[in-house]
Design a protein around this ligand. Structure first.
Ligand SMILES: *[C@@H]1O[C@H](CO)[C@@H](O)[C@H](O)[C@H]1NC(C)=O
Ligand SMILES: *[C@@H]1O[C@H](CO)[C@@H](O)[C@H](O)[C@H]1NC(C)=O
Ligand SMILES: *[C@@H]1O[C@H](CO)[C@@H](O)[C@H](O)[C@H]1NC(C)=O
Ligand SMILES: *[C@@H]1O[C@H](CO)[C@@H](O)[C@H](O)[C@H]1NC(C)=O
Ligand SMILES: *[C@@H]1O[C@H](CO)[C@@H](O)[C@H](O)[C@H]1NC(C)=O
Ligand SMILES: *[C@@H]1O[C@H](CO)[C@@H](O)[C@H](O)[C@H]1NC(C)=O
Ligand SMILES: [Zn+2]
Length: 936
């Protein structure tokens, strides 16, 4: 699955939103040590007893795409599950949620023994708290015997994005209804009674009744449909090939009037979407990458694609980014569809990597599944890691594998450096409630998981990693595992190949990274050769109250090199060690964590920092590009943690006048964002602007040159990203002709609204710059285009750009629109307010607006439609003065009667963060101000 907060790419325009994601995730772990009293009956426990083993579900489902006489959308169905008893028992428990079961005689189910006598049912009921159908028997099921339990049921086809649900859209002015599904993690039970735990695998044979003229899709290949009449209604009946043995959460069903594009090499591949999207060719890009990605994974895993077909489908309403249902992967439209006219290369990369992520799960996750959700990080971290490899196989020119360092490693460092972080893995017994399972899908699981597995593959070497992975997958196909099983297979591969030497067993190394939260900073003193490690905390005064069995000590692979040397691998097991080979002499520098394959930060003695910076100035290309991004990110974070002076961090940015590559620039801009937030409204802000203007001017000139005065698109993928950075920063800091250029393009578009010649890569930046330097006319035009936009990708760019104006009357008007659903849809209100807040000119307006309208928003908009947590974190992100602190506290007191709902934790965090920011500004402003004065 791809979780939305897990995709940096969605948020690139809204840096503040990325912070919001981080903030809300961190709050979730507060209560997880709370324990409940030991349950008395089996149905009072959340976990199923391991007595019954299902073999096959035979399921019929009939979702109605038209409302019934009461105006309700419903589905009906029946299911027969064949299972074996492992021990004698007089109790059957199945998961069942929000279903109405039809009585059969005196009971809610019918039991049949497949041989021997059938015990009589004593009593059946739905046990709502634990989501069970309970069947108590008079006699006993016998160990080793097979039985069948039959139920008939009816459920609501709601637009709640869970289980089998309803999604709607308009095409050519006609309202269309789609029935679709999201069973992961615990919603299969909302569709049919089942043993809804990932380790309880069975085949599922599905038959679907649906409205004539629609198509039904599921995991298995559809057999020929027939038209029949049921209860006087004409319906189409589509049976599906039975699935292999699989977990219930992987079931999928979609009924729609969609169309598809297809390709048939060794596997039949189809991309499904709205008819108009398919006819416009928006599924073609996904189709073109799917074949190469599947071929790549077949070779990578050395196992053929396990199913007879691969369907991927784009849905208008979908909570997550995408979901890896086996054989029928579901996506948000924006993630699967690609429109060359409006989509940027960033959108294209998102499509390729998300497809690769989901297809990676067809083996890792679906064929072989983790036993329980406590280790979900291994499933998601693995898919996130290999998504870069899969995307690279489809787009070998992109260098996409390097980007994991920005998009996952650096991003999760920010969260994992907090005292409130948590380990990758949990005790199985600590995770049992459905809401606990949902909370596991966070940045730590995805991005730290990916980073740690990348480190593992690197120190084992890829051939050894692949060897272990292959034997692991074949040994556990169609069954379940724990992370230990993977470590064991990798260990066997190490021993069998004999090419890799490790300081200890794979299992022992990995436990350090998986079972304790956080990560180390490795400090290297190149004068003495002393190397040491220490738990890295962004706030040095933070108190860590989560104990670690390993005392926050890691087993660390260090890849390092000296100037004019080759890279070497050394291990650090101790807190301190002497490594004479890491001593340097003269002008020689030492660089560690080459290509950031290790999940840690690095600090050096001051002299080595100086020598590295001297190298950056004389010939920066000698340092690998990933490490140029790392040096900036490590330095700024070490400075925030008070380990090195802020001026060392700022010094890492002076060489940027020579830098043309994307990764170091992106890393710098990410890090300067915090300074911008802290100093907005002060003279330091103006000084920063002057400095950055000077640094970006050569980059701007470079792109102007290689694009022949902006008439061409740069060749390289990341070069295109950096062109956007050059334009964005040059325009926002006032580089000479930047605003003239962007305004001219926008004016051209205003003259010919139906002929937008602005390149899709540049649109978000150009719109923001032109509206920022324009007046009411530019804003009104942008607003009109926003209202007319038929494609979400384009509308989102305009929506963000409208917040870029410097005219406070217009900003207030825009804020006012967020309370009028006809102007700004409720789902977008938070984004608009937070965008306004991220504009220096709008910061105070947005805060005033939220304070003035809190009661109204809270009561009128309610919990579901407004993301109060994102709103509070976003609007207060730049708070760093006593006055803002007092206002925040006052806001909390004034509204305590109505409350803050889902924003409660965010408000507490905002108060805490503002405190920390005030302190940080007090401690650092002078040094930073002086540094900028010296460098402008
Ligand atoms: C580091 O990554 C680059 C790609 O950015 C690659 O060419 C190089 O071989 C890598 N270096 C090492 C030592 O693995
Ligand atoms: C930053 O760089 C300047 C000149 O390049 C140097 O004089 C200064 O000592 C450096 N600051 C620190 C703290 O290393
Ligand atoms: C780009 O730079 C090169 C080398 O500096 C120069 O020869 C060329 O004229 C420039 N091209 C444009 C369009 O400015
Ligand atoms: C907004 O920006 C424009 C162009 O940069 C400038 O002329 C104008 O004075 C600014 N308006 C405000 C209210 O700051
Ligand atoms: C801002 O926009 C309003 C409304 O469009 C307009 O009346 C006003 O003159 C503008 N202010 C500035 C400083 O441009
Ligand atoms: C926004 O709404 C408030 C309250 O309804 C009103 O006083 C104000 O004039 C409006 N501002 C704009 C720019 O429309
Ligand atoms: Zn996933």
């Amino acid at each position: 699955m791809v979780f939305c907060c897990g995709c940096k790419k969605f948020w690139v325009m809204l840096v503040v939103m990325a912070l919001v994601c981080v903030a809300t995730i961190v709050g979730l772990w507060v209560y997880q040590f709370a324990t409940s009293p030991p349950p008395t009956s089996p149905w009072d426990r959340y976990r199923l007893p391991d007595v019954l083993v299902p073999e096959l579900y035979d399921v019929m489902l009939w979702p109605r795409l038209d409302p019934d006489a009461n105006g309700d959308y419903v589905f009906t169905g029946n299911s027969s599950v064949r299972f074996r008893a492992l021990r004698d028992t007089n109790l059957i428990l199945l998961h069942c949620k929000q279903l109405e079961l039809a009585p059969m005689g005196d009971h809610l189910a019918r039991l049949t023994a497949l041989s021997g006598t059938t015990p009589l049912i004593r009593k059946t009921w739905l046990h709502i708290p634990m989501q069970y159908l309970v069947v108590q028997l008079n006699g006993a099921l016998k160990a080793g015997q097979d039985y069948e339990l039959y139920t008939e049921f009816r459920g609501k086809l709601l637009d709640d994005l869970e289980g089998l649900y309803r999604s709607e859209y308009y095409e050519d002015g006609v309202r269309k209804v789609v029935a679709t599904s999201q069973m992961h993690p615990t919603h299969a039970r909302k569709t049919f009674p089942c043993f809804d735990e990932p380790a309880i695998k069975a085949a599922i044979q599905l038959t679907v009744l649906h409205k004539p003229g629609t198509v039904a899709l599921s995991n298995g290949k559809e057999f020929a449909s027939v038209n029949i009449v049921v209860d006087g209604q004409a319906v189409t009946k589509t049976p599906f090939e039975a699935t292999p043995k699989m977990s219930t959460y992987l079931l999928a069903l979609v009924v729609s009037d969609y169309d598809y594009v297809s390709q048939n090499d060794s596997t039949e591949i189809r991309i499904w979407a709205r008819k108009s999207a398919i006819s416009a060719g928006h599924g073609n890009y996904a189709l073109s990458v799917t074949g190469p990605v599947l071929n790549f994974f077949e070779k990578y895993y050395n196992i053929p694609y396990p199913l007879s077909k691969s369907d991927q489908i784009a849905l208008p309403d979908f909570y997550f980014g995408a979901m890896e249902n086996w054989g029928l992967v579901t996506y948000r439209e924006a993630n699967l569809l690609y429109d060359p006219v409006v989509s940027s290369n960033r959108n294209k990369e998102t499509t390729a990597t998300i497809i690769a992520h989901e297809l990676a799960h067809m083996w890792f996750g679906n064929l072989v599944t983790l036993k329980w959700w406590n280790e979900v990080w291994l499933n998601e971290g693995f898919a996130s890691y290999v998504s870069y490899l899969g995307a690279d196989s489809a787009e070998p020119d992109w260098n996409v594998k390097d980007l994991i360092v920005l998009d996952d490693v650096h991003r999760v460092f920010a969260v994992d450096a907090l005292a409130s972080s948590h380990p990758l893995s949990f005790d199985e017994d600590d995770i049992y409630k459905p809401e606990q399972i949902t909370e596991l899908f966070d940045t730590i699981s995805y991005s730290k998981g990916a980073s740690v597995l990348r480190m593992l593959s690197d120190f084992l070497t890829e051939p050894v990693f692949l060897q272990g992975l292959k034997t692991y997958l074949s040994a556990f196909a169609y069954s379940n595992t724990e992370s230990k099983d993977l470590w064991d297979h990798l260990q066997a591969a190490v021993e069998k190949t004999g090419t890799t030497s490790l300081p200890t067993k794979v299992h022992d190394i990995m436990n350090r990274w998986v079972l304790q939260m956080g990560f180390p900073v490795v400090s290297i003193d190149t004068a003495t050769g002393t190397v040491s490690q220490q738990h890295f905390l962004l706030d040095p005064d933070a108190v860590v109250d989560r104990p670690s069995d390993f005392n926050y000590q890691w087993i660390i692979p260090i890849r390092w090199m000296k100037s004019e040397g080759n890279s070497k691998l050394s291990w650090l097991l101790e807190k301190h060690a002497d490594r004479s080979e890491m001593q340097t002499s003269g002008e020689q520098w030492l660089l560690a964590n080459i290509n950031v394959t290790g999940y840690y930060r690095v600090n050096y003695d001051a002299a080595n920092w100086d020598r590295i910076m001297a190298q950056l100035h004389t010939d920066h290309q000698v340092i690998p590009v990933i490490n140029r991004a790392q040096l900036v990110d490590d330095a700024f974070n070490l400075a925030r943690a008070k380990i090195i002076p802020m001026s060392v961090a700022l010094n890492t940015t002076t060489y940027l006048i020579h830098e043309r590559d994307y990764m170091p620039w992106e890393s710098t801009l990410d890090n300067l964002d915090y300074l911008y937030l802290m100093f907005d409204g002060s003279d330091t802000y103006e000084l920063m602007q002057g400095y950055l203007k000077k640094q970006v001017a050569p980059l701007y000139a470079y792109f102007k040159n290689i694009t022949s005065n902006w008439s061409k698109v740069p060749d390289g993928h990341t070069e295109q990203y950096n062109q956007v950075n050059a334009l964005r920063v040059a325009c926002s800091t006032g580089v000479d002709d930047c605003q003239k250029v962007t305004s001219a393009w926008y004016t051209e578009w205003m003259a010919q609204p139906h002929n937008n010649m602005i390149h899709p890569n540049l649109r978000a930046t150009v719109y923001c710059s032109a509206i920022g330097s324009g007046g009411e006319e530019e804003w009104n035009f942008g607003w009109r285009m926003f209202k007319n936009a038929s494609i979400a990708i384009e509308a989102n760019k305009l929506m963000a750009a409208l917040a870029c104006t410097n005219n406070t009357t217009l900003l207030n008007r825009y804020l006012n629109y967020t309370l009028k659903p006809d102007e700004i849809r409720k789902q977008d209100a938070t984004t608009v307010i937070v965008s306004v807040a991220s504009n220096v000119k709008g910061q105070a307006l947005a805060w005033d607006f939220v304070r003035a309208n809190w009661k109204y928003m809270f009561t009128e908009y309610g919990v579901g439609s407004f993301s109060f947590a994102s709103l509070i974190s976003g609007v207060t992100a730049s708070f760093s003065t006593e006055e803002e602190f007092d206002q925040l506290v006052e806001f909390k007191e004034e509204n305590s009667d109505i409350g803050f709902g889902s924003g409660t934790t965010a408000l507490m965090q905002a108060i805490e963060r503002t405190r920390a920011n005030i302190r940080w500004v007090a401690e650092n402003q002078e040094e930073i101000r002086d540094w900028f004065i010296q460098h402008t």
